[in-house]
Design a protein around this ligand. Sequence first.
Ligand SMILES: Nc1ncnc2c1ncn2[C@@H]1O[C@H](COP(=O)(O)OP(=O)(O)OP(=O)(O)O)[C@@H](O)[C@H]1O
Ligand SMILES: [Mg+2]
Length: 304
Amino acid sequence: MTGTHGVESIDALIEALAAVGYQAERRLATAVFLSLHLRRPLLLEGEPGVGKTELAKALAKVLSRPLVRLQCYDGMEQREALYEWNHAAQLMHMRAQQDRTQPEQLEQEIYQEKYLIRRPLLQALNAPEPGAVLLIDEVDRADAPFEAFLLEYLGEFQVSIPEFGTITAAYPPVTILTSNRTRDLNDAVKRRCLYQWLDYPDRERELSIVRAQVPLAGEALAEQVATFVQRLRSAPFISAFSRSPGIAESVEWAKALVALNTLQLDPEVVQNTVGVLFKQREDIAALEPLLEALLQPAPVVGTA
Ligand SMILES: Nc1ncnc2c1ncn2[C@@H]1O[C@H](COP(=O)(O)OP(=O)(O)OP(=O)(O)O)[C@@H](O)[C@H]1O
Ligand SMILES: [Mg+2]
C-alpha cells in the first residue's frame, strides 16, 4: 500500500471521485490528496449544502473502506462518541457468577471486551485492514470538552479506557471533520488538521452536478437551474436573502421541476417550488419582486 492509499495523483483522485458521483474542484482534491499522503485529518468548513459530508462518503467509496460517522451535537457525551459498557450484560454476568466467583475476579470479568459497546470513534480505531474513513460531522456543534478530547485522538489515534487499557489504531482512519462554522474551533484542533474551505461551485461545476444527478432534467432545464441559482448567490441578489441555497438545493430543485414536468422556468413554477430553495418565510417573500430579473435569459458568452 502506498502512502496515498492507492491514490496516485490528484488527477486520479478527481477522476475516481467523479466516478462515484462527486465532482471535486482541484483545490479540494489537492487537500484530500495531501491529507491521504501526510496521513493527517482534513477539516472542511463551508456553507450548508456545499458537499462537505458527501465528500467523506465519496472518499470511502473511492478507497473501498467502510465509512464510520460521528454526528456531533451540543451535549454529546463521550459514551456516545467513544464507548460505553453494556451494563445490563455486566449485571447479568454478576448475578450468574456472584456465588461462585471472588469479587476481584468478578470485577475483572465484567470489564472484558465483549461487554464494551463501541461507538464511532472506537469503531474507527478498531476497523480491520485497510482501516475506515472516519467522518466527524459538524464538529462545531459539539462542546469545548469534546474538542479537547479530540486533540489526543486526532494526534495519536489512540484512546485509553480506564478499566481496560490503551487502544491504538492498527490502521489509522482517514479522517474528515466538517464544520458549518457556527463557532470557531479550538486552534489546537485546527493545527492537527489540514484545512479546506468549501465554496459554492461555479456555474459549470454546478451544471455538471445537476446533469449527473438529475439526468431526466434535460440540458435546457439543467442550464436554467444552474444559472438561476448562481444569480441568487451573486450581487445584487444575494443581499436580499438570509442565506443562499447550496448544491443540495439545486439538485433537489431540479428533481422537483422534473416531477412537475417543467420544461422551462417561469415565475409561476419558481413560486410553486420555492420551498425547495428557501426555508425562511422572509427569503421567500424577498424572492418574488426579483423573479423577473432573475429569470432574464443568460447573456451569450463568447460572441462579439
Ligand atoms: N461536489 C459535489 N458533487 C456532487 N454532488 C454534490 C457535491 N456537493 C454537494 N453535492 C450534493 O449536495 C448534497 C448535499 O451535500 P452535503 O450534505 O455534503 O452538504 P454539506 O456541506 O455537508 O451541508 P451541511 O453543512 O448542511 O451538512 C449531496 O447529497 C449531493 O447530492
Ligand atoms: Mg453535512
